[in-house]
Write a protein that binds this ligand. Structure first.
Ligand code: BG6
Length: 503
């Protein structure tokens, strides 16, 4: 039985959030840290230091956090909030001013002294800033000595949490990785892909490798195709400044979609350690067949929702290129294959888009038709097939669709579903600490918790990143060969698709 001790962090720890006034800190990081605090998994010696440009005092930072946490998804008491706010400290600074990092460093030393004589707390540095700031932050972390762990009582590790996007193609990703690698060891770097921390996605390996009924049919002999769908109903109007320079392929396919594909397709890892799991995920990405010139028309669709030009025109800040006729895609559909024996000939479809008819993320595994269909209706009907669905969101769960005989004198078949829903857990299970609060953790809670424990399974390795960019860069090479279609906002994507969107 896991003990509570296994699921807590006990050594003094300080989290520094760079860009604490930004969207990510407000929407995800502060709520996640608050939740972890209330679960009782954080050490008693714990500080959160917010680093940003605004001229704030600690008190003003706490007021900001109070406002942010008012909208927390879970009910909390005033006492819980006060206890959390006590952990917050603010450090004003510009990302490009070395002196501000030196001041921050002195501040961290003072905070450690408050923990006790000779204490050197663990430092988790979270870069919640736009990626264009990474190079200057890396440089200043290095020059100020903040990248070096202090020495004293306690573990005193230093780790870095970095948000995507990691580069724009193979070359830029490699370059960024080299800069990171010069400062930190791979074991200190935690590259965030928050999809890897979603409960349903973490469940894929347990589901595949702990149930003997699925693994034997998890291959080209039985699987007809796999579909990964990442649909979002929201447009990108409010974050056009970020999105227009990125596009859907780099935004979610390079990261979230390829990670989902890797988990569905990977071989059994040798054990549950992060190195083994990350190696198998990387292998899948490396085995993606690279598109050749002239083949993209049959394997890639790219499109932009109508009205995107208005979003560009009304951008909160002028776009770097000053352009209005943007060719950035908001929708992508890709058909790909893996060069492995297990998946020979099986198509994997990835469909991802913004401003679609609904928000939902699913992985669907379609099995081949049966050879001798029993009870199939006479006539030119298709033989029935089975379908397995991982519902990532909303209504997280897993469903297996199968066929059964309808009761009665007629020999009729009906499609039925065996399903499991995560809401069954919401009141009872999923406690991180065996604490009284038993809620399914949000992805960011899991990420912060795992990083503090030094567990890297839910983070992308340098090699995975290189493998995913290798594939995406090959697609980008011939990208312009594919005409940019348009589609209606709130609709089911463009007219010409490789595979229709049916629900
Ligand atoms: C982010 C992308 O990584 O994931 C966003 O940058 C996208 O464009 C988001 O909206 C989707 O995450 P979630 O958790 O809302 O499905």
């Amino acid at each position: 039985m896991p003990t509570k001790k296994n699921f807590t962090i006990t050594t003094p720890t300080t989290i520094v959030i760079f860009g604490v006034t930004g969207d990510l800190a407000q929407k995800k990081l502060l709520p996640a840290l608050f939740d972890l605090h209330r679960r009782g998994v954080l050490p008693s010696k714990f500080h959160i230091v917010g680093f940003a440009r605004r001229e704030w005092s600690d008190e003003q930072f706490r007021e900001f956090a109070t406002t942010v946490l008012k909208h927390d998804r879970h009910h909390h008491t005033a006492r819980e909030l006060t206890a959390f706010l006590r952990k917050l400290t603010y450090a004003r600074g510009n990302f490009d001013t070395l002196a501000d990092y030196q001041t921050l460093k002195r501040r961290l030393v003072e905070l450690d002294k408050k923990f006790g004589q000779n204490i050197c707390s663990n430092k988790l540095l979270h870069l919640a800033v736009p990626p264009e700031y990474y190079p200057v932050i890396f440089k200043n972390l290095s020059h100020s000595g903040l990248s070096i762990a202090c020495v004293g009582e306690g573990e005193g590790w230093t780790r870095l949490l970095v948000e995507k996007p990691f580069g724009r193609d193979s070359a830029t990703a490699r370059n960024m990785d080299a800069q990171l690698g010069a400062l930190f060891d791979e074991s200190q770097i935690f590259r965030i892909d928050h999809y890897l921390a979603k409960e349903t996605i973490q469940n894929i390996l347990t589901f595949r490798f702990s149930n003997s009924i699925f693994e034997p049919v998890w291959n080209a002999r039985y699987v007809e195709r796999v579909e990964i769908e990442l649909f979002e109903a929201e447009s990108v109007a409010h974050r056009i400044n970020f999105f227009d320079g990125v596009g859907e392929l780099r935004d979610v396919v390079q990261s979230h979609a390829l990670q989902m594909l890797a988990l569905v397709a990977m071989e059994q890892p040798q054990g549950m350690g992060s190195a083994a799991i990350r190696r198998e995920r990387e292998r899948v990405m490396r085995s993606l067949a690279l598109p050749a010139a002239g083949t993209l028309l049959d394997t890639v669709v790219r499109a932009q929702y109508r009205g995107y030009a208005d979003d560009v025109k009304n951008a909160p800040a002028p776009l770097p290129s000053g352009k209005t006729a943007s060719q950035t895609e908001t929708f992508v559909q890709i058909k790909t294959q893996l060069k492995s024996r297990r998946w020979r000939g099986v198509p994997f479809y990835i469909t991802a888009g913004k401003a679609l008819h609904r928000s939902k993320v699913k992985i669907k595994v379609y099995f081949k038709q049966t050879k001798g269909c029993f009870n199939c209706p006479a006539g030119p009907h298709e033989h029935p097939r089975n379908l397995l669905v991982f519902r990532i969101q909303p209504q997280e769960g897993i469903a297996v669709h199968f066929w059964a005989k309808r009761p009665g004198f007629k020999n009729e078949m009906v499609s039925k579903e065996l399903r499991f829903d995560y809401h069954e857990f919401s009141d009872a299970a999923a406690s991180l600490a065996g604490s009284r609060r038993e809620r399914i953790p949000d992805a960011y809670e899991t990420l912060l918790f795992r990083a503090m424990r030094g567990e890297q399974t839910n983070f992308a390795s340098s090699r995975e990143l290189a493998a995913s960019w290798r594939y995406i860069t090959a697609v980008l090479k011939h990208w312009k060969q594919v005409p940019l279609q348009t589609y209606q906002k709130g609709g089911k994507g463009p007219k010409n698709l490789l595979l229709k969107i049916n629900n």
